[in-house]
Design a protein around this ligand. Structure first.
Ligand SMILES: Nc1nc2c(c(=O)[nH]1)N[C@H]1C(S)=C(S)[C@@H](COP(=O)(O)OP(=O)(O)OC[C@H]3O[C@@H](n4cnc5c(N)ncnc54)[C@H](O)[C@@H]3O)O[C@H]1N2
Ligand code: MOO
Length: 392
């Protein structure tokens, strides 16, 4: 049995980032760029008015000006203004040749086609967006590793980009094992339990933008499990299994993985919940055997699976580690790291009830996991402990 830290280190050492893919910009929200992007054009591509008003030569701003025409946004015809002339102009329109400044329409007096300015703050170039003032052709627009936020998607669209190279999100398979599992909504026969692990994991993955999860079901039978696992390994980047990793006569995950050629990296971690956690690799694919108890599944997901997914896709881990003051004393035996469901608020954390690994009732109310280290037995109220804040 290895420590939590050793397990995390071994997972890190065995992850290879997924190869970049090129996708349409419309599909790229939330991905991380796999290559730098350079601007192909000057943006704006022309001198552009930022106000509705009048375009003029700044040198003429104290003269009465003759109105000679109009420039509207999207116009394809140009105008030239000479000394003593002005043109009507609207926000987003190109400046006419010869103009260098725009005065807002609220700051002029107009009599027929004659304009006089009342804008003491006007400067040469006022209300004009210069060519390339957003970005110049050839300049670095965004860098490899940048997250494609909604603003980034809009920025790239605005500079004419249609496709981006990104680190893909992994294609994930989940195999739920167990003869006792029944679908919620169906009647429970004697000995059956409702299958909930695929629900919690699908929900957790959806929070990370991963909606494409394939769920397989496997009975407690070695041959069936081996076949399902082989299919999942062939089709997916990451395979999660729940249940069947312990020592019972019907726990076949370890053997099925071995038969499929998965290289075992570790089995069993000094932790509660989730002690029988299994991790292996198959070529560059990752296999996590999550202990079947619903609370163990989620605790292992936040501690190991989610950080691994983030490394695969070069994203930052949304599980943040903070130090917090423990509200109550808590005792545990030495030997295992405990991850307690807790409630964190303003630097203080309280362990919740229902800590047993088969229970999710308090996990459903929690916003964090309190990490109580392996060797320590007694934790006093007021003591500082490490807390993992969970993405909600
Ligand atoms: N003799 C020992 N027995 C057990 C040990 C041990 O060290 N020695 N470890 C215990 C611990 S700790 C855990 S955790 C479990 C893990 O067992 P498995 O991974 O083999 O999981 P199962 O036995 O298949 O299931 C455990 C529990 O979870 C329920 N379950 C399973 N899948 C689902 C699902 N998809 N949805 C809802 N509930 C599920 C299942 O019915 C069991 O109640 O082993 C202990 N035993
Ligand atoms: O390691 Mo288990 O998840 O405590 O029941």
């Amino acid at each position: 049995m290895i420590s939590v830290k050793a397990a995390k280190d071994l997972i890190s050492e065995n992850i290879t980032r997924l190869a970049p893919v090129v996708i349409n910009l419309e599909q790229a929200s939330g991905y991380v760029l796999a290559a730098d992007i350079y601007a192909r054009f000057d943006i704006p591509a022309f001198r552009q008015s930022s106000m509705d008003g009048y375009a003029l030569k700044f040198a003429d701003c104290e003269k009465e000006l003759q109105l000679i025409g109009e420039m509207a946004a999207g116009t394809s015809t140009n105008l030239t203004i000479n000394a003593g002339e002005t043109s009507r102009i609207f926000t987003g329109a190109p400046l006419p040749d010869g103009a260098d400044t725009v005065v807002m329409q609220e700051k002029i007096t107009r009599t027929g086609d004659k304009i006089t300015l009342q804008d003491t703050n006007l400067k040469s170039g006022s209300n004009v967006r210069g060519i390339g003032s957003e970005i110049a052709a050839g300049a670095l627009a965004m860098e490899k590793g940048d997250l494609l936020s909604p603003a980034a998607i809009g920025f790239l669209a605005g500079i004419g980009i249609t496709e981006v190279s990104v680190f893909p999100l992994p294609q994930i398979a989940l195999i739920v094992t167990g003869k006792e599992l029944q679908k919620p909504g169906e009647a429970l026969a004697f000995g059956q339990v409702y299958e909930s692990n695929s629900y919690s994991l699908a929900a957790a993955l959806k929070t990370e933008g991963i909606a494409d999860l394939t769920v397989y079901e496997a009975d407690d039978d070695l041959n069936i499990l081996q076949n399902v696992l082989q299919t999942a390994l062939d089709k997916h980047d990451l395979v999660l299994l729940t249940g069947g990793v312990s020592v019972g006569d019907y726990d076949f995950v370890i053997e099925a993985a071995k038969r499929c050629g998965v290289k075992q990296v570790f089995h069993k971690v000094k932790q509660k919940p989730g002690k029988p956690l299994y991790f292996g690799t198959y070529n560059q694919k990752l296999v996590f055997g999550l202990p079947g108890n619903p609370s163990s599944v989620l605790s292992c997901y936040y501690n190991y699976v989610l950080p691994a997914i983030k490394v695969l896709s070069l994203k930052s881990n949304p599980v943040t580690e903070v130090q917090a003051v423990l509200s109550h004393r808590y005792n545990k035996p030495a030997g295992l790291t405990h991850f307690l469901k807790g409630k964190y608020e303003n630097g203080k954390v309280s362990p919740l009830g229902a800590q047993e690994s088969y229970r999710l009732s308090s996990f459903a109310q929690s916003n964090c996991l309190i990490c109580l280290n392996e060797t320590q037995e007694n934790f006093e109220a007021g003591e500082t402990v490490t807390v993992l804040i969970l993405p909600q």
